[in-house]
Design a protein around this ligand. Sequence first.
Ligand SMILES: CC(C)(COP(=O)(O)OP(=O)(O)OC[C@H]1O[C@@H](n2cnc3c(N)ncnc32)[C@H](O)[C@@H]1OP(=O)(O)O)[C@@H](O)C(=O)NCCC(=O)NCCS
Length: 174
Amino acid sequence: MDNQGRRLEEGKKLTAEVEKTLEEGRLMLAYTGKKVRLHHRGEAELMREAIWNSDEETNALDPIVGTTGNHQTFAIKTLGSKHIGTCAVYNFDARDGQVGIRIGNKNYWDKGYGTDAMSILVNYCLTILGIARVWLKVLPTNARAIRCYEKSGFTKCGKVVYDGIEFVMMERRR
Ligand SMILES: CC(C)(COP(=O)(O)OP(=O)(O)OC[C@H]1O[C@@H](n2cnc3c(N)ncnc32)[C@H](O)[C@@H]1OP(=O)(O)O)[C@@H](O)C(=O)NCCC(=O)NCCS
């Protein structure tokens, strides 16, 4: 390879590195908010979630009903790296996708962590995944969750029944 060829190769390598750094930066920004950051889950997070998922008060507010299809699930961590909950987008395509959230550590309820996590998740769905509409279901009695979703830009759009339980549907469009 002559000098010009080598310079061309080096230029291409540099461009690829810059693009990779930009992409990583874009993803890092997409996953980080004012109070929390979304992470992929490891073994420790899965074990903590299993403990949270056996809490009666939380399960009464957020009955787990079966979900199908594709999904991406994230651990919610404070900016100080404490694992406090889980959120996910599932059954999604370009047209729409369902989202859900659970702040498993009750000490972190009512402090704005849920709103921040949901805002990051929705932004990720609408801009990175390119989903046109995200929606969720919530018990009509779960005023805290409804308020959290309203603060994250969701509006009520109907009702849906799962396993005999009636939920309010809320949506946010791109
Ligand atoms: C629902 C959940 C994700 C919300 O996250 P969070 O961090 O607690 O919520 P935020 O602090 O961001 O927002 C809660 C808002 O509800 C308000 N709120 C709390 N209890 C309320 C009530 N009984 N009535 C009305 N508003 C209430 C809070 O004051 C706050 O609003 P504000 O900031 O305007 O004061 C979290 O509490 C959670 O996971 N709960 C248990 C499981 C659950 O309910 N999951 C959702 C299933 S759909």
